[in-house]
Ligand binder design. Structure first.
Ligand code: COA
Ligand code: AMP
Length: 633
């Protein structure tokens, strides 16, 4: 098959193309329309179709010869556990937990928040919701109670499912106190919470509010799959926007199921008998799409890994898992390999294992830096594929589609557009940039199946945030360029979002927290380059007139506030006091210039800057404090 031919077909005849792909999954009722507009003017795929995502992921395989095939391998070095589920076993667990939820009054369209570590019960809870047509919203375990509370108030769950604890390296983190604090802060109150008790930490359950997972499962009756409309939401996944209010990305059932099956085969080149491993977390979109839904819908064995790339127990843990479970396709974030490389620069640990099953490595979450790409390629001698996508898309937008044919790899580029995505690079006037000229990376609307149709209960924000900057185009929020061969290089966000260790965070939200400190007049939080985590946030703070405060004390108070309100995952560790911030004459803070100074990159002095001398002051400040690549390397 030829990539260009397939790609052209998907853009020239999208309805025909995606009708054929829709036939690759089983529907209770095949869609009446392939692509149509809803009453808001947003595009919708497959209206009139009826299906059930959990049926496709489990029951379908049980009924079609794969009942005893391994569906999920739970590998947890932090608890020294390996547990396998066949499709039948997983279906039975999911049907029972769906029965538990049903008994709590959960029906199609109700929401359920899931706040869990990387244990199979998290996937079981997600699939149980899908079975009932309920809408799950998984919240990453590294978020603090305040973040969880925001999501509870927006999603308004009937039930919350959680566990007694998560494990970070060797540290046991009790989840129940965090959950209790979030529920106390939230205005919306769930009818019940269901807690999975883990042996290393027992949560205190409150009579009348908390249910014990194991007890309720013992008393449960299995529930059947409920057919839902193709456009019915499968899940909401909150992701960082430019403000303190995260965006509730909606995923529908029909387009998502088609995109999952299509992408696993054509982008990742995965065959039905393969073992697929995405080392991510169910709290992120990678976990939704490529730990749970895509492999299971495709009848492929998925690995669910509860550990870190290093220290669990060592930097050879990834290689051990690949050997032990004969992983064929592996997906993680570049930061994970940078962590491994830091501990085992020669890759000696990889030599200890038989990695012959491994065909391809995929990287996403941030741009793969060339040094990491080179190190991995030399070490593994398999194609290392950088591919670009977002929570919003749910599946890759730029990739080397190895399932079609491997194209030449250009390090630093996430390759060419994936079938269905008309990716362009536009300048500020909305015209297409010339080759190698940087601009905003956008996608011609409509987006293909599986991408967000709207934001949860906020169509206005969907329109404003994504569709209003360039008429007829979806704004990705990333900047980059296309070279003369059509390869796209995504260079980083052009808004107030940063990627820290593959985790997407909002500097705008951090600024709101920092600014609320009584001593702070104004601030800028910028993401600066970091050799391990890709980016880390740093706060530049201007004090209120007349306020004298110890800078170290202030820094530690701000660090604490961000940890308490967003979570440790924000990695906010530095805040320095500066006299002034550089601004345009209209008062806009020049954050990009601050970033360039910290990273030691050259820049053109903006003609709109009100006082260029400020930049020298800031540079000296960063230098004295050893902040930024320019002053630490
Ligand atoms: N629950 C509770 N706390 C969590 C957490 C979770 N699920 N995830 C992270 N945290 C905490 C960590 O314990 C740490 O806390 P600390 O400041 O008290 O030490 C903090 O959040 C920062 O975590 P992280 O940025 O992950 O740093 P780390 O030093 O623990 O690990 C890496 C560094 C590179 C090994 C790790 O970030 C990693 O494996 N990244 C890959 C990410 C990934 O797969 N992303 C998905 C995109 S594909
Ligand atoms: P998330 O929604 O958490 O998946 O984060 C999406 C963001 O991560 C994108 O908008 C990019 O900024 C960044 N990103 C993900 N993959 C890549 C990649 N391969 N290259 C460059 N940036 C990436």
């Amino acid at each position: 098959m030829n990539y260009q031919e397939l790609y052209n077909r998907s853009l020239e005849h999208p309805e025909k193309f995606w009708e054929a792909q829709a036939k690759e999954i089983t529907w209770f009722e095949f869609p009446e329309n392939i692509l149509s507009e809803d009453e808001q003017g947003f595009y919708r795929w497959y209206t009139g179709g009826k299906l059930n995502t959990a049926y496709l992921a489990l029951d379908y395989h049980v009924a079609n010869g794969k009942a005893d095939h391994t569906a999920l391998i739970y590998d947890s070095p932090v608890t020294e556990t390996v547990r396998k589920y066949t499709f039948r076993q997983l279906r039975d667990e999911v049907a029972l937990f769906a029965g538990v939820l049903k008994k709590q009054g959960v029906t199609a369209g109700d929401t359920v928040v899931i706040y869990m570590p990387m244990i199979p019960e998290a996937a079981i809870a997600m699939l149980a919701c899908a079975r009932l047509g309920a809408v799950h919203s998984v919240v990453f375990g590294g978020f603090a109670p305040h973040e969880l509370a925001i999501r509870i108030d927006d999603a308004q769950p009937k039930v919350i499912v959680s566990a007694s604890c998560g494990i970070e390296f060797t540290k046991v983190i009790p989840y129940k106190p965090l959950l209790d604090a979030a529920i106390e802060e939230a205005s919306h109150q769930p009818q019940a919470t269901i807690i999975y008790q883990r042996p290393m930490c027992q949560a205190q359950l409150q009579e009348g509010q908390d249910l014990d997972w194991i007890t309720v499962m013992q008393a449960a009756e299995p529930a059947e799959c409920v057919p839902v409309d193709a456009t019915h939401p499968l899940y909401i996944l909150y992701t960082s926007g430019t403000t303190g209010k995260p965006k509730g990305i909606v995923r529908d059932n029909g387009g998502h199921a088609v995109a999952m099956k299509f992408s696993l085969k054509y982008v990742y080149g995965v065959n039905p008998e393969d073992v697929y491993w995405a080392a991510s977390d169910v709290g992120w979109v990678v976990g939704h799409s490529y730990i749970v839904y895509a492999p299971l819908i495709s009848g492929v064995t998925t690995v669910m890994f509860e550990g870190k790339p290093i220290k669990t127990p060592d930097a050879g843990t990834f290689w051990r898992v690949i050997e032990q479970h004969k992983v064929n396709t592996f997906f993680t974030a570049p930061t994970a390999f940078r962590a491994i490389r830091k501990e085992d620069s020669e890759g000696a640990l990889a030599q200890k294992y038989d990695l012959s099953s491994l065909r391809t490595v995929f990287l996403a979450g941030e741009r793969c830096d060339i040094a990491t790409y080179q190190w991995l390629t030399d070490l593994l001698k398999v194609p290392v594929i950088d591919h670009w996508w977002q929570t919003e898309s749910g599946w890759p937008m730029l990739a080397n589609m190895v399932g079609v044919a491997l194209q030449p790899i250009k390090p630093g580029s996430a390759c060419t557009p994936v079938t269905g995505y008309d990716v362009r690079v536009l300048n500020e006037a909305g015209d297409e940039c010339a080759p190698n000229e940087e601009g905003a990376v956008v996608i011609k609307y409509p987006l293909p199946p599986g991408c967000l149709p709207t934001l949860w209960r906020d169509p206005q924000r969907f329109r404003e945030a994504y569709l209003s900057t360039f008429e007829g185009y979806y704004l990705s929020g990333d900047g980059g360029y296309k070279d003369e061969d059509g390869y796209v290089f995504v260079m980083g966000r052009i808004d107030d979002v940063i990627n820290v260790a593959g985790h997407r965070l909002s500097t705008g939200e951090m600024e709101e927290i920092v600014s609320s400190h009584h001593a702070v007049a104004e601030c800028a939080v910028i993401g600066i380059a970091d050799s391990l985590k890709g980016q880390i946030p740093v706060g530049l703070v201007v004090l209120k007139d007349g306020v004298t405060t110890d800078a170290h004390q202030l820094e530690s108070e701000l660090v604490q506030s961000i940890r308490q309100q967003i979570g440790a995952v924000a990695c906010f560790k530095r805040a320095i006091v500066v006299k002034r911030l550089p601004k345009t004459r209209s008062g806009k803070i020049l954050r990009k210039i601050l970033r360039y100074i910290a990273d030691g990159r050259s820049f053109n002095m903006p003609s709109t800057i009100d006082d260029p001398a400020i930049l020298e002051e800031i540079k000296t400040n960063l230098q004295t404090q050893h902040i930024g690549m320019a002053f630490t390397a």
